[in-house]
Design a protein around this ligand. Structure first.
Ligand code: ADP
Ligand code: MG
Length: 236
């Protein structure tokens, strides 16, 4: 099952440059939360702070508190422990090592089923490399892999930005099903996508989370003028 995420007073830095400023957020378990905002506003940085990827960048550091369920991410938890509970999918499918996998174990098969990919790829898996799959299939394979460790949280950083509308639709359908079992945080620059898949949306601007609310509220009656300007297409 999914677990909630609590973020308190999160600051993130690249060397001396601050990229996130005092971000506070509560993500509800078994729901999808979208993060939107113009390019360079810190969405990827934020999502990387949730699974301790940020600190793998030289000179990068994080301040503040992140809790994944009852696990305190920056206090007494190893990165390995954390990765088992938090899966991540990126913009460009990364399929390193796919060719080496001769035998798919039961867990991977099960997660391929949950990624709605099993029927499409079962005959190909042993003979073909990941590269012979379509972009959308590759992305769903990445989702299947992220699910193979049976995490509680699935982070997705613009998972559809390189995909055509049909493949995008399949991923969105998948997100709907996956919410029953996982907590999902998805970064997207596609506002329609946020509106379709997420119950909650956070709007980022210049490293700050300007507003966080039910998705419908963000898109129809935002409280902050900057959110309104962004969702109505006045900038970004
Ligand atoms: N590896 C990095 N080193 C230094 N600065 C970075 C790095 N990655 C991102 N930044 C900077 O952090 C800010 C936020 O970037 P990012 O989180 O990628 O934004 P978004 O995902 O919203 O486009 C930007 O100013 C960007 O230039
Ligand atoms: Mg990004």
């Amino acid at each position: 099952m999914g677990v909630g995420i609590t973020v308190e007073g999160l600051n993130a830095f690249y060397g001396k440059t601050q990229a996130l400023f005092d971000v506070n957020l509560r993500v509800l378990a078994n729901h999808a939360t979208a993060l939107i905002g113009p390019s360079g506003c810190g969405k990827s940085t934020f999502i990387r702070c949730l699974n301790r990827m940020h600190e793998t960048i030289p000179d990068a550091r994080v301040e503040g508190t992140v809790r994944i369920g009852d696990l305190s991410v920056y206090n007494g938890t190893s990165a390995t422990q954390l990765r088992r509970r938090v899966g991540m999918v990126f913009q460009k499918p990364k399929l390193n090592g796919f060719r080496k996998r001769k035998q798919l174990d039961e867990v991977v098969e099960r997660s391929l089923h949950s990624a709605a990919l099993w029927e499409e790829v079962k005959d190909h898996l042993h003979k073909k490399s990941g590269a012979s799959l379509s972009g959308g299939q590759q992305q769903r394979l990445c989702i299947a892999r992220a699910l193979a460790v049976q995490p509680e949280v699935l982070l997705m950083d613009e998972p559809c930005s390189a995909l055509d509308p049909i493949s995008t639709g399949k991923i969105e359908e998948l997100i709907f099903q996956l919410k029953e079992q996982y907590t999902i945080v998805i970064v997207t620059h596609n506002m329609q996508q946020a509106a379709r898949v997420a119950e909650f949306t956070g709007f980022f601007l210049l490293g700050k989370m300007i507003e966080f609310d039910k998705t419908e509220k963000i898109f129809t009656k935002p409280s902050d003028k900057r959110t309104e300007d962004y969702v109505t297409g006045r900038f970004g």
